[in-house]
Ligand binder design. Sequence first.
Ligand code: GLC
Length: 521
Amino acid sequence: MNNNWWKHAVFYHIYPKSFQDSDGDGTGDIRGIINRLDYLAALSIDAVWLSPVYRSPMVDGGYDISDYRDIDPLFGTLDDFRELLKRAHDRGIRIMMDLVMNHTSDQHPWFTESRSLVDNPKRNWYIWHAGCNGKVPNNWRTNFFERAWRRDPITGQFYYHSFFKEQPDLNWRNEDMKQAFFENIRFWLDMGVDGFRLDVVNMIVKDKLLRNNYPSKIYNRNQPETYDILREFRKLLDEYPCTTSVGEIYVLPPGSPKLAASFLGSGNDMLHMAFDFSLIFCRWNARKYYSAVQSYYDALPPAGWACFAFSNHDMGRSLNRFGQMRHTHEKARLLAVMLLTLKGTPFIYYGDELGMVNARIPRKQIRDRYGKMIWPVFMGRDRGRTPMQWNDSAGAGFTLGEPWLPLHKDFRKVNVECETADENSVWNTYRKMIELRKTLPALQQGEIEFIETGRNGILAYTRTLNDQQIRIALNFNSRKQKFSYFPRNCKILFSTSRKIVDNKDNMLLPFEAVVFTEQDV
Ligand code: GLC
């Protein structure tokens, strides 16, 4: 088996509540995912990143874990998970779990013990403080903008939480906790999981002196000790050949390629990959995409490897970030070509391969606590978490019951059944591009060199490996655009807008994304 498989793989991100329900309760589950493995295989997906399926009170959609070694009954059982792993592996699909290291649920037995007594042996497994003259220890705020310290009635002291109060932060300076946590990681590695996506991993260590954050959040994240922990984590992972990891490096817009890349260490001793949010924050602008991508490449250590995602379960769907909802079909197809031809591992958020867009969720149906808290300033994260659209039946093929979140109203047109039958659908763009990526090593591993960096709304680059050279041109404009590097007799390997070689005038068609070569491939 190839230790570097993840560099050539196409990842698919499943938000389990919304992918496929198998028992009619309206919520997706593991058996549902098993039933859809053939779908993933038909798309030639190599690996799945599964948002959390652990036992959880579900205050934060499963990112509040009360048992790291069990599956929540909402999603099924440990045996279901084992079966998923086996059946996925049988098809050559790997499974990457979500790993929440920053905090647990307040229902986790570690926290129950920790909060019980000031001198409980697990007291320092979390971050406690007596307070300053009865007040909170410092001015730190949660990621949801609330005060981040909570006085616990049992001992009268404060505990720290970066997210909801039901998600107390673990103390990664405590060696015993760290070892116990690493044992939890081993539990899944021993079972055969192929890696982890590390939730907000840049936040796991906090300033020793708990200094006030002012003016920016410098003391409750990105602490140097985090790198040491990640080195240890990597050593553990390396005991299990062919495993991989990707970290969520949480930052506000415009993103921080340097910070994300710093968590790769030398490229071989910390995370395998790290999400930089710059691309997710980009507007519809070729130059902006160029500079986001190039800055990430520039920031990578020599042995480092990039990865890219346009959407996720927090940030919603990419197509809603480009102002007016016009030409979404064309934009979705161009993004697919870009994602699958950049140098770096692509992550596809479930439903993006259909061109799904954010839904408008009526206030009463909002399920995300964050959305409920600050509505209408922010409607919450549900909009990008609506059920997968499989077909045009009442539950969109997602459920026979009442879906846990309303379906997007476009599901009768935007769904797998319709799109697989349509040559020019977003789905077929993804499918063909994934296939092309698989057949052309230059698209997986080749060097990248930009030939157009956004001038006139065009992004163009070459991917070269040994003597194979592939070119890609993306026209972000809604009108035709001259593109002088488009040789007349080139071979078109894929185009969103033309069927055959008909490059008569060096023009790119509106929103065209084209992959071509001057060689015989
Ligand atoms: C990450 C997750 C998000 C969750 C938060 C707290 O950002 O992606 O969904 O709310 O961490 O765990």
